[in-house]
Design a protein around this ligand. Sequence first.
Ligand code: 8YV
Length: 329
Amino acid sequence: MQKVLVARPIFPDVIERLKQYFEVDWNDGDVLGADELQRRIADKDGALTAGDPIGAAVLAAAPRLRVVSNMAVGYNNFDMAAFNAANVLGTNTPDVLNESTADFGWALMMAAARRIAESEHWLRAGKWEKWSYDGFLGSDLFGSTLGVIGMGRIGQALARRARGFSMNVIYHNRSRVAPQIEAELNASYASKEDLLRRADHVVLVLPYTAENHHTIGAAELALMKLTATLTNIARGGIVDDAALAEALREKRIAAAGLDVFEGEPKLNPALLTVPNVVLTPHIASATEATRRAMANLAADNLISALGEGPRAGCPPNPINPDVIGKARS
Ligand code: 8YV
């Protein structure tokens, strides 16, 4: 029987599915450190990860490894050059999380715009004594301009929801999306700078790459309206968190909603001390149904990539399909 490592705690019934095909080494405890990960992956044919860093050293330590299945749509934890050099397949879990993640983007954006977390903390602190006309004034979403940076599947799902709020949608992306998608979303393309100047609410939904590092830093924040909000449901590192904390403190933008952070699960301490930011622990895809769908899709990818199950040899979501069928190097 082939051997697989499941590097993270996941739904036990998904582990049972994997056990139908493989000998499963399941880490049901804390996140594996680099040494422990290398030790446990060394004799495996495949692995299921969720954000665990996999690079040349891990692949070299595991000469039989043929596939690593990431339970996430983003795979910046994979060094794809190393995967390609070693002929190891990487897979991810796109699409199944689009709607939950888009919903969550709206939740954060609305919480930031309407100061929900900030006012709740104030209320819990026992400070509510009277109604006041200017208590926690925020900004409207209805009729405002939404700026989406990253118009992939999640960006599109997010933009689609803007219709109900009569928003004007502008977007920036590496390349323009097809005209029929622009028409369906009623969205128009803008340069990043133009978008930042015009948008009332900016949402980041782009993948993390070296090029996208600090897509939003001090210079970009300076272009935004004083009343604007910034929401990041993409990846830590896309925003310069130190620059953002400073801009929030100095009220150079109104508020932010962040689900992802540079160096998470640690946060830049400055973010914890500014009131006008809503902070959540990377949970945009965290609904019961979606996390189950992601775990099962990650299992499907692992099972089929290792030549088992109904789709043997044809994993649904290969990231680097060119390596399929090539001998491990
Ligand atoms: C994952 C995510 O839960 O899919 C992604 O890219 O950011 C989340 O949905 C997280 O990355 C853990 O794998």
